[in-house]
Design a protein around this ligand. Structure first.
Ligand SMILES: Nc1ncnc2c1ncn2[C@@H]1O[C@H](COP(=O)(O)OP(=O)(O)OP(=O)(O)O)[C@@H](O)[C@H]1O
Length: 261
C-alpha cells in the first residue's frame, strides 16, 4: 500500500471567515491511518472552527476534503458521520437523562439497517439488531473502562467518565477518524494518565485520531504529528520534536521554556 492510500483525512485550503475575523486561512492537513494527529494553538487560533468545518457544523468558504480517499463535502453533520468521522465536544454533549449504554446505542444506530418501520413494528429483525447493538455498546463501555456504569444516567457519572462515555459513543459509529476536542479538559492528573492510555489503546487497535488539546505534555507525548494554528493560519506542521523547537511556535504559543535543545 502506498503512503497515499494510507491517508485517512486529506484537507487542503480550508478557509472560514466570520465577519471581520478570518478564523481559518488556507489550512491543510493529511492524517495517515493509525496516527494520532494533534491540533494545537492559543485560544481563538481556529482549532474548534477547523473541527466544525471538517465535521459539517460550519460550511467552509473554501477547501477540499477527502476521507479514506473519497472526496466529501462537509455540508451536514449526519452526512459526515455516515462518511466516517465521529467526534467529541469541548463541552460534553451527552443525553444527560439517558443511561450510559443508551448513549452509546444512539451512536451505533447510524450504522443499522432495519430503520423506522422495523423500530415501530418491532420486527424480529429489529429485535435481533437491537440486541446486537446493546451487546456492542456494553463491549465499548468495557473498552473505555466504564462498563460497570452501563445503567447509570449519564449525568450521574464523574466528569472524566462522561468524557470516556463520549469516546465510547464516538467509537460506536465505527469511524474512519475519531476527532477529540480537548478530551483532557477539566481532568485531574490521574484521569489524564488513564485518558492517555485509552487514546494509545485506540490507536494501537488501528484507529486514527485527530486531537485538539491544550495540555502540551499530553500532545507531545501522544501525537505522531502536530499542526500549530495561530490566528487561523498554520504556522508549523511536523513531529512533536520539530514543532517544539520551531521559533514561530515558541513565540506564538509555547514560550521559551519548551525548547528542548
Ligand atoms: N460562530 C462563530 N461566530 C463568530 N466568530 C466565531 C465563531 N466561531 C469562532 N469564531 C471566531 O473565530 C476565531 C477562532 O475561534 P475558535 O473557537 O475556532 O478558536 P480555538 O482555537 O478553538 O480556541 P479555544 O482554544 O479557545 O477553543 C475566534 O476569533 C472566534 O471568536
Amino acid at each position: 500500500m502506498s503512503t497515499h492510500d494510507n491517508i485517512v483525512l486529506n484537507v487542503s485550503g480550508a478557509s472560514k471567515r466570520f465577519g471581520g475575523v478570518q478564523a481559518l486561512s488556507d489550512v491543510g492537513i493529511q492524517i495517515q491511518r493509525g496516527q494520532v494527529y494533534g491540533l494545537i494553538g492559543p485560544n481563538g487560533a481556529g482549532k474548534t472552527t477547523f473541527f466544525n468545518v471538517i465535521t459539517g457544523l460550519y460550511t467552509p468558504d473554501g477547501g477540499s476534503f477527502s476521507l479514506g480517499g473519497t472526496p466529501y463535502t462537509p455540508q451536514a453533520v449526519h452526512q459526515v458521520a455516515k462518511a466516517g468521522i465521529a467526534r467529541t465536544f469541548q463541552n460534553i454533549r451527552l443525553f444527560a437523562d439517558m443511561t450510559a449504554i443508551e448513549n452509546v446505542m444512539v451512536g451505533r444506530h447510524i450504522r443499522t439497517k432495519s430503520g423506522l418501520v422495523g423500530a415501530v413494528f418491532r420486527t424480529p429483525k429489529f429485535k435481533a439488531e437491537e440486541a446486537a447493538i446493546k451487546a456492542r455498546a456494553q463491549e465499548l463501555l468495557d473498552y473505555v473502562g466504564i462498563g460497570k456504569y452501563a445503567d447509570y444516567k449519564a449525568r450521574t457519572l464523574s466528569y472524566g467518565d462522561q468524557r470516556r462515555l463520549e469516546i465510547a459513543r464516538a467509537l460506536a459509529t465505527d469511524p474512519q477518524l475519531i476527532a477529540l476536542d480537548e478530551p483532557a479538559a477539566g481532568m485531574n492528573a490521574t484521569e489524564k494518565v488513564v485518558l492517555r492510555e485509552l487514546i494509545d489503546r485506540i490507536r494501537n487497535d488501528g484507529r486514527t485520531i485527530l486531537l485538539i488539546e491544550h495540555d502540551v505534555k499530553l500532545v507531545m507525548g501522544l501525537c505522531d504529528r502536530v499542526t500549530v494554528l495561530d490566528y487561523g493560519k498554520q504556522i508549523a506542521e511536523g513531529t512533536p520534536a520539530e514543532v517544539q523547537n520551531n521559533e514561530k511556535v515558541i513565540e506564538a504559543y509555547l514560550g521559551a521554556g519548551h525548547k528542548t535543545h
